[in-house]
Design a protein around this ligand. Sequence first.
Ligand code: BGP
Length: 475
Amino acid sequence: MKHFDDKFVFGAATAAFQAEGATKEDGRGPCYWDEYLSRPESRFTGDVASDFYHKYKEDLSLAKEYGLNGIRISIAWSRVIPDGSGEINPKGIEFYNNLIDECIKNGVEPYVTLHHFDTPLPLYKNGDWLDRDNIDHFVRFAKVCFENFGDRVKKWVSINEPWSVVAGQYIIGHFPPNIKYDIPKAVQAMHNMMVAHAKVVELYKSMNLDGEVGVIHILESKYPITEEKLDEKAAYLEDTIANTFMLDACLSGEYSEDTLATIKDIVKKNDGELVIYEGDMKVIKSAAEKNDFLGVNYYASHFLAHHDGDSGIHHNGTGEKGSSVFALKGIGQRVTNPDVPTTDWDWPIYPQGLYDMLVRVKHNYPNYKKIYVTENGMGYKDDFQDGKIDDTARIDYIKQHMEAILKAIQDGVDVQGYFLWSLMDVLSWTNGYNKRYGLFYIDFDTQKRYVKKSAHWMKQVAETKTLVNPEEIDY
Ligand code: BGP
């Protein structure tokens, strides 16, 4: 199949903290990133970011002009409820009302995420997703959003990427509270997030709003670097903790025997224990039947080798190619596959991994309903030449991944949309502003927007529903 069908959504993604800026305006409370990035050793802050808070009209009009009909935005919990659990901030409601109305006015449908990495600071200090009360506070926040925006927003996402949150917070340690190698905490927080997701689905469905609700997972394939049994085991273990654990929860509504045994074993090898509270699996099961869609975020796949020692990680947060190390005790280590190219941040570029993941979801979870690819894109140090940015490397990346999606559709997977990360350049959580993903380049000193070659290409793709050759783009 060479064409996307007429219903296919061509979108781009943003997230509140990475785009909005205006972190102290109109009564917004701090989230944990505000506190973390204000420390003296921080290389950057989110105080201005892409200034989307003030420039959203311009960005939405660019989205429309360049052929997009969908946008992912997220609602900053601490803009709507500044301390996370107390008073509602009318100015926060007003901002999102205006933003949502502007999306609709431009024919760019908002897909709205409730939690995109930005827990309000007081709740984070209470333990964030390790604190079970956080679940109730989050459900209340969801209710406020459904009540205020549910008449116009028809696509809701509970949580963005549980695995990335906990890997950042408790394993890699590049997200606050910067804990390293605490796999038991990571697993517990993931489980708690899936309970929170499930409760939000239940709530949404009980409100009889005429829309859809789902969850987004980062789903990156894991392959053994050789056919050796031990390498295969390492790939299986990382796949279970990062992918199967979450897919089982949101699509099967139960952890399979294998999944649970493997997770418990990994946690035990790291001196911990997973606690599943009474009632958790009941709500998870019920929500799995009601979920309307699965969002798949995909950037890279990983190649695994056996690893017998302690955990050891070096996070490449600057784009110094080749500097990454990632080895986990009781799981395995990521290694370079010489046949697979990587970005400057050492992310393997492997579109086959997206195809394999999409087909696997359909095969292993036949009740999955439908999929949106809710993030995919290439972090790149764009070269700005007199107002022009020729990002052909990014176009190649996107094209290859869209080809993988078309192939999956052809093979029977129901994928209904693609959202490029990101609409315009935004803050990258652990890298700052030189790792760019946008269709629109931002000069962060002036906040002026410039149209990249990839935006011209995307417009043609969206208009023709065909993956046009980048060489045909006049730029
Ligand atoms: C995803 C997040 C996004 C975005 C993207 C790129 O995990 O959902 O918010 O940041 O990754 O990541 P990075 O900016 O680290 O390159």
